[in-house]
Design a protein around this ligand. Structure first.
Ligand code: DC
Length: 228
């Protein structure tokens, strides 16, 4: 069986660099779906916290994912995420979930299952915008356009605090800064799928740019090579 010709845009970067917002806006402008791969790792962190599975027990987590299933409902914009048929879209952003997600994402058994699912989602989408840490380096190394976003730490913290408060969560700056710093360390030093700038990626520092400015320049780069 030959797979459909497809066009993949990857956006990688650390927490708070603005990836999720720009990826969603870019996908909207291109008229396609946005795959938030962090949401998939977060859904497994929910599985760990709410179902009492240790975050470092990769084998048990991978088995449970196969049984319960993680899927996106693409009818929502942005897509909602379901774990075992239950909508966990809001739950995945809670701080207790964020606190274990890097440990969960470090487990090779977990990454193997999710990388396969992400590639399958890629095959189901002729055009896809996908964001995470390893999308341009591991999951879609042949993606037509690869971006890598960066931002200063104080800006990243400010954005994450704003995002959490807007969704009704009570958080302190120091708590969020600590969470981001710890996740950075774990995400960039793990052996399997670490956060790196993919070869040939377009690097954008988002610190002093609005979300729309970032998306404008990304859209220009994509449209320059997108078949019409
Ligand atoms: O982007 P985010 O903050 O929602 O990501 C949540 C966690 O998932 C983060 O600690 C890193 C991990 N992650 C990953 O390891 N690989 C991805 N492709 C996406 C996220």
């Amino acid at each position: 069986m030959t797979s459909m010709p497809r066009f993949v845009v990857t956006i990688d970067g650390a927490a708070g660099t603005g990836k999720t917002s720009v990826a969603q806006e870019l996908a909207r402008r291109l008229g396609t779906d946005c795959l938030d791969t962090g949401a998939m790792y977060r859904a497994i962190a929910v599985l760990s916290v709410d179902h009492g599975i240790a975050p470092d027990d990769g084998v048990a987590l991978a088995q449970s994912i196969q049984v319960l299933g993680i899927r996106f409902d693409w009818n929502h914009e942005p897509a909602s995420i379901l774990l075992g048929g239950v909508d966990v879209t809001s739950r995945i952003r809670d701080l207790d979930v964020s606190g274990v997600v890097s440990i969960v994402a470090k487990q090779p058994e977990v990454r193997k299952v999710l990388v396969e699912q992400q590639r399958r989602i890629g095959e189901e989408h002729p055009l896809l915008v996908t964001e995470g840490r390893d999308q341009g380096s591991i999951v879609f190394p042949d993606a037509e356009v690869r971006f890598f976003l960066e931002a200063k730490m104080d800006e990243r913290t400010k954005r994450r605090v704003k995002q959490l408060r807007e969704s009704g969560k009570t958080v302190e700056n120091s708590q969020v800064l600590q969470d981001i710093s710890e996740r950075d360390k774990i995400d960039s030093t793990r052996t399997d799928g670490p956060l790196i700038c993919p070869e040939g990626a377009i690097v954008i520092d988002t610190s002093n740019k609005t979300m729309m400015e970032v998306v404008d320049s990304m859209e220009q780069s994509v449209r320059a090579v997108l078949p019409t």
